[in-house]
Write a protein of this length. Structure first.
Ligand code: SF4
Length: 329
């Protein structure tokens, strides 16, 4: 069976897990590939206008698989940590995929929900495996192998590899090479690692002589510690990571500045943004730039803001440069 995996949204986190599992069970996996102008355009023209940019991009990825596969794989992730939920738009992704392909292609959509306990999740994975293999031991082996690959992928991200290098297992450290300036680029995986929608931000910062720290690179312990300090628990699974990383970067001065990548119009991010900006100010933390992108964001304006932010951080860091500028004035 040819199974299509749309390369948007949670693919940036679980793509390796999904492809490894399906391939180990004998499925031929077809990925929609990286986001391109035509994927974005088709997503934007067909998706609900009120959707956030990543959902529109995801829609485009689903459409790109039309006519190429026998089924499309879009799991429904309800909760990935007890006591938390994913964003409502993610809950509806399988239905959105069905609408995109107008029910021409079946959508395989196992439900993962940590609120219902681990056994419910094991059962969902087993039922998924049964679509491809009868032998329960084969399904178990495939699951274990896929989980190992997934852990390896996440570990590579924590070591400073970007999404593409981590997927290929390349031993190149692209993000952290000891340059003079260090900036935290924090946001959801799909907002940080999608090279098309971010206009290759990570690479560009590298060319500007900036080391990048992503949320994956901030130690888990520090993120959890920051979340416990908040007056209220954050309810959304992935927002917890984002907020924890920003606050840890700010309190422990892990970076010289923070770029918070947000997609328009993201409800959870807009709340987290206010929370993080307030806490950052209260901590007397590092400068923070919240960059909101959508399908209309132009490259010129986007780059100007990045360059201005990097220049400002350079000036703050270099007292000699500040003194020279003061004398010139
Ligand atoms: S968290 Fe925000 S960006 Fe992500 S899917 Fe939900 S609304 Fe969209």
């Amino acid at each position: 069976m040819k199974v299509g995996i749309p390369g948007g949204l949670l693919y940036y986190r679980y793509g390796k897990l999904w492809t490894s599992f399906l391939e180990a069970l004998g499925a031929e996996v077809v990925e929609s590939g990286e986001t391109t102008r035509s994927i974005l355009s088709s997503g934007v023209s067909k998706a609900e206008n009120e959707s956030c940019l990543p959902v529109k991009v995801f829609y485009g990825h689903v459409l790109a698989l039309r006519g190429k596969v026998d089924a499309i794989f879009v799991p429904r992730l309800v909760s990935v940590k007890r006591g938390t939920h994913t964003c409502p738009k993610m809950l509806g992704l399988p239905d959105l995929a069905r609408a995109a392909v107008e029910d021409e292609i079946p959508v395989i959509a196992p439900t993962i929900n940590f609120q219902e306990g681990m056994w419910a999740n094991y059962r969902a994975v087993y039922s998924l495996g049964r679509l491809f293999a009868r032998n329960p031991f084969r399904i178990l082996r495939a699951g274990m192998e896929a989980w190992r690959e997934h852990r390896l992928y996440l570990e590579r991200l924590t070591l400073g590899l970007d999404h593409r290098s981590a997927l290929k297992g390349e031993a190149v450290d692209l993000l952290c090479e000891g340059r003079e300036l260090r900036i935290g680029v924090i946001g959801h995986h799909y907002n940080v690692y999608d090279t098309f929608t971010t206009m290759s931000l990570l690479d560009r910062l590298g060319y500007m002589g900036v080391d990048v720290v992503t949320a994956d690179m901030v130690p888990e312990k520090l993120k959890e510690r920051e979340l416990k300090r908040l007056p209220k628990e954050i309810y959304w699974s992935y927002e917890r990571e984002v907020a924890g990383a920003i606050l840890a970067c700010s309190r422990y001065r892990l970076v010289d500045g923070i770029i918070f990548m947000i997609s328009f119009p993201c409800g959870p991010d807009s709340i987290i943004r206010v929370l993080c900006e307030q806490e950052n100010r209260r901590l007397g933390g590092v400068p923070m730039l919240s960059l909101v992108i959508d399908e209309h964001t132009g490259e010129g304006g986007f780059l100007t803001r990045i360059e201005a932010f990097v220049d400002m951080l350079r000036r703050r860091k270099d007292p000699a440069l500040r003194a020279r500028e003061a004398v010139a004035v």
